[in-house]
Design a protein around this ligand. Structure first.
Ligand code: HT7
Ligand code: ZN
Length: 872
């Protein structure tokens, strides 16, 4: 099929004012009766065309008149009806088959057929698997939904909107009705039906609306929903406080499922969550997972305004809601936790997931120009880079300017389907600033490289900083233009003090933002007493790769003295990178010594936060190192990174590491406060480093930590050390974990992942053995991701075997998975991204596996698109 192009966008010829859905629910078959009031755009002549994917049409009428087969045409995807007029009422009745729906899109069954429940997933184009409708985000309709089902099998019936009646029906059946007063696009529709338990809380909004917050799950995990309920309340208060946005229905339902393609879904009034991002308890969740639950709960809640009240005109605008909502979540999480650590976490994710995407054949702009399969565009570029673009805009406007802009955006576009231009205009108009130059960021793919060169003139006491930008060509975009890059910077004297900045006659804060919007620009700082060390791109003020020829001593100075927590970490990352690259190219150890010495000083500095120290002591990951190389050998990178860490461990010394470990281990509290989390994070890092120096001792400590861990963070950290090192104690710990969490699928997923991450050659056999475990199934996305995703996407030295067996295994599983769930198959296939930069033997093996996969009969459009693009 031809791609869909942004330039082809036309307003809908037909819209829907009201939808009445009557859903008769059953596991094997459900029937959906829909009554749509239609409106025609008088300026357009097209006949009524509705989306409907694989629906069994039972009856159809227009304005009460049943249609004869000659009056309409349905080809399995589109229903065309000649007889419809402006104001017509279309009534259809269709049958769908939830239990047979393994793609988890539309109406499907979660769990076993005897005990599971029914639910829907409509974004992006799932509603067309439920009924006939103009399934596009710019058709906003008022929904009334009536659910009918057997009371014993489906005691709980939920849909988005306000409850509007419930009652009994003959034969042990019952019904419940929901009316949503807010017009919404079809992708925000949802229903849930089954045996579920709930916890609930009253909530009064800042503008006085009394409502209920209700979280639903299967009975055995309802006790693990309390943390999410607290996080929801924190999110709601934060959005009131920060953006003046209040919730707008009488009830907010949240439901947990173990069968979900993504993290969660912001359906209006009825959010549905992958259980991984809703359930949390100390025995089965790590600290990182607690933070992820808080972040995803917030993200989905924030969509109520950025996504639902103001939605997207078309799917090209996806980042309008996703980038903006990720940004709002990042602001929230920074406030709830440590701002520096949050920034480190987010930038690390950007570098790990988005930079490689932007550097290879899957590169696309934050607002793509065309797509074939929209589900393949829920990418790190749309989400994470999209958030960085909003961050730059927010930085440009300042806190109150950004709030003014957001207020105007909501005022202008509430109840509408908007565009990225609308967003930039609102932000700009509210502040009398033209922000249209930022549109280029949305249109241009690839990560800009920002080269910095400083020149100090002692005679004039001037420091000239020259910044040049360049973006490499990407698929379909051979020529790149300069972008506006805000560079937040400080200059440090050799005494480690930030200098006052005299630029353009303006004195003189110690931090400033300069905007580089041409290929090359120079900035002259006056009155500079001695050659300074620049701290650039503070807080990661733009999503670019900074290239600056720092000496090891300059980076060490920043690691030691920069007061921007992010940039201190960043200087450490750059120093570690320099150390890594010098060791592998020339064997020069100067940078490595500087890194070790700077970290050693921080290690012994009681003033530094434990979590920041743990992150400082972690060099960039193997994927980030690989990203800088043109002929990648993942096995070598793994070994060289281990060697770098070994040098750090040696420098710190076994005694100091052991002492620190023991001091940290003396705290046994399971509390979630920042200090306790930080101690656990550092304890893990110290144990990992100790394992490089004295494996026997570290393994004994890890085995003890595993057995006595008060919670999952410590237990999994210990298990990770034992399993990755293939320590003698690993087998017993794994057996214990397997048994202990036999009935806890989320914890069991970690058991699969930790083994899939064993470095090097042994990983493949381990993965193949785990595929035979009774609890492994490709049908459950979390389980498939836990084993195959962890292996292919997070274990470079295991996956990229020189014999190509990793590639062949993944390709084979992708073909099998594709027949069940094309969205998940396509997502896992992105693990092949970057194969062109592998060394020749691996490159050829990867290419052969991909080619063979591409030639298979009957691949889904989702998987075919990714495989074809990756192969380019
Ligand atoms: N807006 C949600 C996207 C989503 C989704 C997309 C495609 C297929 C399944 C999906 N489930 C959820 C998630 C979010 O960004 O909040
Ligand atoms: Zn989202």
């Amino acid at each position: 099929a031809d791609p869909i192009r942004l330039s082809d966008y036309r307003k809908p010829a037909w819209t829907v004012a009201t939808v009445e859905l009557d859903v008769d629910l059953g596991i094997d078959a459900s029937e959906i009766a829909a009554r749509l009031t239609l409106h025609r755009d008088p300026a357009q002549a097209s006949p009524l065309r509705l989306n409907g994917e694989g629906l069994e049409l039972l009856s159809i009428s227009v304005d009460g008149q049943p249609l004869a087969p000659a009056d309409y045409r349905y080809d399995g995807s589109t229903l065309e009806i000649g007889a419809a007029r402006d104001g017509s009422v279309l009534e259809t009745r269709v049958r769908v088959r939830p239990a047979a729906n393994t793609a988890l899109e539309g109406l499907y069954l979660s769990g076993p057929r005897e005990t599971g429940f029914l639910l829907t997933q409509c974004e992006a184009e799932g509603f067309r698997h439920i009924t006939f409708f103009p399934d596009r985000p710019d058709v906003l309709a008022r929904f009334t939904v009536t659910l009918k089902a057997d009371r014993e099998r489906f005691p709980v019936l939920l849909a988005g909107g306000n409850p509007a009646g419930a009652g009994e029906l003959p034969d042990g059946r019952h019904w419940a009705r929901f009316v949503d007063p807010h017009p919404k696009p079809s992708y925000l529709f949802a229903l849930v039906a089954g045996r579920l338990e709930n916890i609930e809380r009253d909530y009064v909004t800042g503008d006085g609306r009394k409502l209920k917050l209700v979280i639903w799950s299967e009975a055995n995990v309802i006790d693990r929903c309390h943390y999410a309920l607290d996080a929801l309340e924190r999110s709601m208060r934060w959005d009131e406080r920060t953006y003046g946005r209040h919730y707008d229905l009488d009830v907010f339902h949240v439901v947990a499922t173990h069968d979900f393609n993504m993290g969660a879904m912001e359906n209006k009034g009825l959010n549905i969550f992958n259980a991984k991002y809703l359930l949390a308890d100390p025995d089965s969740s790590t600290d990182d997972e607690y933070r992820a639950v808080e972040a995803v709960v917030a993200h989905e809640y924030f969509h109520n305004w950025t996504g639902n009240r103001v939605t997207c005109r078309d799917w090209f605008q996806l980042s309008l809601k996703e980038g903006l909502t990720v940004f709002r979540e990042q602001q929230f999480s920074a406030e709830m936790n440590s701002p520096s650590l949050k920034r480190i976490e987010d930038v690390s994710l950007l570098r790990r997931a988005q930079f490689p995407e932007d550097a290879g054949p899957l590169a696309h702009p934050v607002r793509p120009q065309e797509y074939r399969e929209i589900n393949n565009f829920y990418t790190a570029t749309v989400y994470e880079k999209g958030s960085e673009l909003v961050r730059m805009l927010a930085g440009r406007l300042g806190t109150s300017g950004f709030r003014r802009g957001m207020d105007l955006y909501f005022e202008r576009h509430d109840g509408q389907a908007a565009t990225i231009e609308d967003f930039l205009s609102a932000l700009g108009d509210a502040n009398d600033i033209d922000l249209t130059t930022y549109l280029a960021w949305y249109a241009q793919s690839g990560t800009p490289r920002l080269h910095a060169k400083g020149l100090y003139d002692a005679h004039k006491r001037e420091y000239t900083l020259t910044l040049s930008q360049q973006t490499h060509a990407t698929a379909g975009q051979p020529h790149k233009q300069p972008l506006p890059i805000p560079v937040k910077l400080s200059l440090f004297g050799y005494d480690g003090k930030a200098l006052p900045l005299h630029l353009d006659g303006h004195a003189a804060e110690t931090e400033k933002v300069v905007v580089v919007d041409q290929a090359t620009q120079s900035f002259v700082f006056r009155n500079v007493a001695s050659a300074p060390v620049p701290s650039l791109l503070r807080g990661f003020s733009a999503p670019v790769v900074l290239e600056c020829d720092y000496t090891p001593a300059e980076l060490a100075l920043l690691v030691t003295h920069d007061i921007d927590g992010f940039n201190r970490w960043e200087a450490g990352q750059q120093l570690a990178t320099l150390a890594f690259e010098n060791l592998r190219s020339t064997g020069d150890t100067a940078a490595c010594s500087a890194w070790c010495e700077a970290l050693s000083a921080l290690f012994h500095n009681p003033a530094i936060d434990d979590a920041l120290l743990a992150d400082l002591m972690t060099p960039p990951g193997e994927i980030e190192f690989a990203d800088r190389q043109s002929e990648v050998d993942p096995a070598k990178i793994h070994a060289q990174r281990q060697a770098l860490q070994h040098r750090l461990a040696q420098h710190l010394g076994a005694t100091a590491l052991l002492d620190r470990y023991q001091a940290l281990a003396a705290h046994t509290s399971q509390a979630l406060d920042a200090d306790s989390q930080a101690r656990r994070r550092l304890k893990r890092r110290v144990l990992e480093l100790l394992a490089l120096l004295d494996a026997d001792q570290a393994h004994a400590l890890a085995a003890h930590q595993y057995q006595n861990a008060p919670g999952m963070t410590d237990r999994l950290a210990a298990l990770g050390v034992l399993v990755r090192d293939r320590a003698p104690q690993a087998a017993a710990a794994l057996a214990d974990f397997r048994q202990r969490y036999a009935d806890n699928p989320l914890a069991l997923d970690k058991w699969f992942s930790v083994q899939a991450q064993i470095p090097g050659e042994p990983a493949l056999a381990t993965v193949m053995a785990l595929e035979n475990d009774a609890s492994f199934t490709l049908k459950n996305p979390n389980r498939a991701r836990a084993l195959l995703g962890a292996f292919a996407s997070t274990n470079p030295s295991g996956f990229h075997r020189v014999d190509g067996q990793g590639y062949r295994l993944l390709a084979e599983r992708l073909a099998q998975l594709d027949a069940l769930n094309p969205q998940i198959a396509a997502r896992l296939a992105t693990a092949f991204n970057g194969w062109q930069r592998l060394e020749p033997i691996r490159r050829e093996a990867a290419r052969a596996a991909l080619k063979e996969l591409a030639q298979r009969e009957g691949l889904s459009p989702n998987l075919s698109e990714i495989v074809a693009n990756v192969l380019q």
